[in-house]
Design a protein around this ligand. Structure first.
Ligand SMILES: *Cc1c(COP(=O)(O)O)cnc(C)c1O
Length: 351
């Protein structure tokens, strides 16, 4: 079975070899050194400030989203949520659940986020902006510059869920004034699920994390960031996934983050070229390199099942788009040959 999914994705043999080993005890100097190195590598790969910090949570991406929102904001804030799909809506639900006031900039399917849309919120007292920079539900990649400009002119903190974008698209934290970024193990890192990293700018750490009282004991970023000063986590983490992550971060750093991103981009371009050859349409908004959304005429679910029968799992879409949209992932251990097989499969299924 080949996974053309958006997470978990096809894992590399090097990662699978690590995943098959005994988990070591972790309250040791060796584990701490490894964690400090992972923090440093993550900061370098995201072009973060020298004094930025990282926390490693044993939680899926949503846990890190909730941890970030509740450790940095409270009832006295007014957040702006870019809500263009399922993950944007999740940020809205987290705010709603915790009683944090917010406005939602909702995009209909196919609508492109523009600077004009943001201008409407200028001077309305927004203190933080929450965005899934690649809204994985649709494949739209938002322009980080317009979000970053908005935050600069309004004095708002910029929180970026980069879970499905890290290593697939460029992510420059410092240049774009990103105050907090979230990354997860099961997307382009192609690791086991279960670990999410939160990168926090010095400004966010000092002005927010240290001065707000998180409503959660387990997900309190202050506790996690404090413990990371000695390379430790407050609770037993997914040790195995953290070891996989360290090895992968090293590898990406050695071969270069730009080359990793361009490999994913090339794979995506190759797939899109082949797709246009068989007459399947792609939405017109700007796309992340992580995946290609494909438009169908009401038969998306049938196509998904028929491909799965042929040993190829693409990603179905939930909600309103379930009959019209399938997504093909380009992250993880995939090649142009895999693209070719999937296109052949699609051709057969659509006949
Ligand atoms: C995958 C993903 C998440 C994480 O979802 P979980 O199921 O909680 O791991 C969050 N945001 C985006 C944009 C994602 O693609």
């Amino acid at each position: 079975m080949k996974l053309f999914t958006v997470g978990p994705v096809e894992m590399y043999d090097s990662t699978l070899a690590i995943a098959g080993r005994q988990i070591p005890y972790f309250r040791t100097a060796e584990f701490s050194d490894m964690m400090k190195e992972s923090e440093d590598l993550l900061k370098k790969l995201t072009f973060s400030e020298k004094d930025a910090r990282a926390a490693f949570l044993t939680a899926s991406g949503t846990g890190a989203m909730e941890s970030s929102v509740t450790s940095c904001f409270d009832v006295n804030d007014k957040l702006l949520v870019i809500s263009g799909g399922g993950f944007g809506r999740r940020f809205e639900e987290i705010c709603e659940y915790h009683g944090i006031p917010f406005a939602a900039l909702r995009l209909g399917f196919g609508e492109i986020l523009t600077a004009d849309m943001l201008e409407k919120y200028d001077g309305t007292g927004i203190t933080g902006l929450l965005v899934n920079i690649h809204e994985t539900t649709t494949g739209q990649l938002y322009d980080v510059r317009i979000l970053s400009d908005f935050c600069r002119r309004n004095g708002a903190y910029l929180v970026v869920d980069a879970i499905s974008s890290f290593l697939a698209d460029e992510l420059r934290i410092r240049d774009n004034g990103i105050d907090l970024a979230i990354i997860s193990s099961q997307k382009a890192l192609a690791l086991s699920p279960g670990v999410s990293a939160v990168l926090v700018s010095p400004r966010m750490y000092e002005e927010r994390v240290l001065t707000r009282k998180s409503c959660s004991y387990y997900l309190n970023l202050a506790t996690h960031l404090k413990d990371m000063e000695r390379g430790q986590t407050p609770f037993t983490p997914a040790v195995g996934t953290l070891i996989e992550m360290n090895a992968m971060l090293r590898e990406v750093y050695e071969t270069g983050v730009d080359s990793k991103i361009s490999k994913t981009a090339e794979l995506g371009k190759d797939f899109r070229r082949r797709l246009s050859g068989i007459g399947v349409d792609i939405p017109r908004y700007p796309l992340s390199n992580a995946l290609t959304p494909m438009l169908f005429d009401g038969n998306a679910q049938a196509v998904f099942l028929a491909l799965k029968d042929r040993g190829m799992t693409v990603t179905p879409t939930g909600g309103d788009l379930k009959d019209t949209l399938l997504r093909v992932g380009h992250m993880g251990n995939l090649t142009a040959d895999d693209n070719r097989s999937l296109i052949d499969g699609l051709k057969e299924v659509l006949k």
